[in-house]
Design a protein. Structure first.
Length: 436
């Protein structure tokens, strides 16, 4: 019989101590495909060791890249001799970020064949803006039977003006990837401004690209002939840091969160301060401390620098402990409140009405068996388990492992009572992994 893993948490202990944040997942999952554009060795530091990056590295290796771990968070990727070919489509289907292979392969080979990225679990997540961008650069795109076929008629893309109808992280980064080796200048208007977009641009520029304006809503890419190897360190993960910040506040603890860029956390810090949590910024760390009653707040998720949708479930868990009624409005996805039912199993009072979650605070949580519905929902259940009276068991933790390096170990070092236990696998859930 096969076994799956679950988290078992005995709640009620405030988190205390220090935690070091890993490299940003959503930067890493673009930078790994970006190394396809480079002829030479890319030494990448601060690479998070999570299942999403592992899957992308496996895909690159299958395509012929040489990948060598220097230490736990530093790798060398050498795509010099990679040839166009079939990648492992079963892996591509499992991971959302495989869409970056469309832009990277088009840039490198003038053609691409990928699967459509993995299924969506918070509403419809089309890639029409990615396709619109690639077509503007001259690619012919065909989506058929779950595959994306792309080709530049003369083997090379050409710069163009692209206005994104929707602010999209993925489309912005994918168009950057496709355009760095194109001829001429590409302008992306209404671009997303997340820190990981700046990070991708900085990575590419350090390898010889000419990407300007990342971090604003207008990005200009002047195509260059080729990219060369180099060394680059990925920025710290904004959402991993935010998750520990919220966990510290929710458990009424005191945690110094190290290896962060406090500016990237401002949207989260400000909302925490509104609840009465103390957040102190230092040069590359933040101290979070909470005691006494938390206050209700209202939140609307928005593209950066707005409050990140990827912190919404964790914040909802915190607000279950606050006094009064808080409202969270989801501004990015159609359906990212599936975790509400799981929280309610633990005694919370969260009512979802369309794109709004109405959270009546002040109900103490009690341990229960619950599921991780997706990566951040899973993190929210962990926070709930840490606050709850009694024991919480969380199944489907493979979602959580996509984005949190050493989650259990880091939490244990902060004093949490959390461990991994096995349970019999009576379903084929592992094959239904939903990409983030
Ligand atoms: N959208 C379209 N058309 C497109 C692209 C996006 O309509 O062609 C819509 C989406 O359906 C969504 C909105 O635009 O409603 C924003 O989507 P975006 O493209 O920004 O998201 P994404 O690239 O699919 C990345 C992260 C997500 C994160 C979002 C928003 C990766 C692999 N994923 O997704 O990360 O929620 O940006 O910041 O980078 C997570 O880490 O938990 C996670 C879900």
């Amino acid at each position: 019989m096969c076994f799956l893993e679950k988290y078992v948490i005995k709640g009620g202990k405030p988190l205390k101590g220090e935690v070091t944040i890993s490299g940003a997942k959503n930067a890493a999952v673009a930078i790994i495909p970006a190394s396809l554009l480079v002829k030479g060795v890319c030494r990448i530091e601060n690479m998070p060791h999570i299942s999403d990056t592992d899957m992308l590295l496996t895909i690159l290796k299958e395509l012929g890249a040489k990948v060598r771990f220097i230490d736990n968070s530093t790798i060398d990727i050498d795509c010099t001799n990679v040839e166009f070919g079939n990648a492992p489509f079963d892996l591509m289907r499992k991971i959302r970020a495989s869409y970056y292979l469309i832009g990277a392969m088009l840039g490198r080979f003038g053609k691409a064949k990928t699967t459509m990225p993995g299924g969506c679990n918070f509403g419809c997540r089309p890639i029409d803006q990615h396709i619109k961008g690639m077509e503007a650069l001259g690619a012919e795109i065909n989506v058929k039977n779950g595959f994306v076929y792309a080709a530049a008629p003369e083997g090379k893309l050409h710069g163009s003006f692209i206005y994104l109808d929707k602010v999209s992280v993925g489309a912005t980064m994918n168009i950057i990837l496709a355009s760095v080796l194109a001829t001429g200048r590409t302008i992306i208007e209404n671009a997303a401004r997340e820190p990981h977009i700046v990070d991708l641009a900085n990575f590419l520029n350090s390898m010889g690209a000419d990407v300007r304006g990342a971090g604003t809503d207008t990005i200009k890419v002047n195509g260059v002939e080729s990219l060369h190897g180099g060394t680059y360190a990925i920025i710290p993960d904004q959402i991993e840091a935010g998750t520990y910040m919220v966990a510290a506040a929710a458990t009424k603890g005191e945690v110094l969160i190290k290896n962060v860029i406090p500016k990237h956390l401002e949207c989260i810090s400000e909302k925490l301060r509104e609840t009465g949590t103390i957040v102190q910024n230092f040069e590359d760390s933040v101290l979070v401390r909470a005691s006494g009653n938390l206050r209700k707040v209202n939140i609307k998720t928005l593209p950066y620098p707005g409050f990140p949708t990827d912190m919404q479930p964790q914040m909802a868990t915190l607000l279950c402990q606050a006094e009064g009624t808080s409202v969270i409005t989801e501004g990015i996805y159609d359906n990212r409140f599936k975790y509400a039912a799981e929280l309610n199993k633990m005694g919370a009072n969260v009512n979802v009405e369309g794109k709004m979650a109405i959270i009546e605070g002040g109900h103490s949580l009690t341990g229960a068996p619950v599921m991780a519905c997706d990566l951040r929902a899973g993190a929210a259940m962990v926070i709930a388990g840490l606050c709850a009276n009694g024991e919480t068991e969380i199944e489907d933790i493979h979602y959580i492992e996509r984005g949190y390096e050493d989650f259990v170990e880091k939490l244990r070092r902060l004093g949490a009572d959390i461990c991994i236990a096995e349970y019999p696998d009576d379903t084929d859930k592992k094959d239904n992994v939903i990409a983030v």
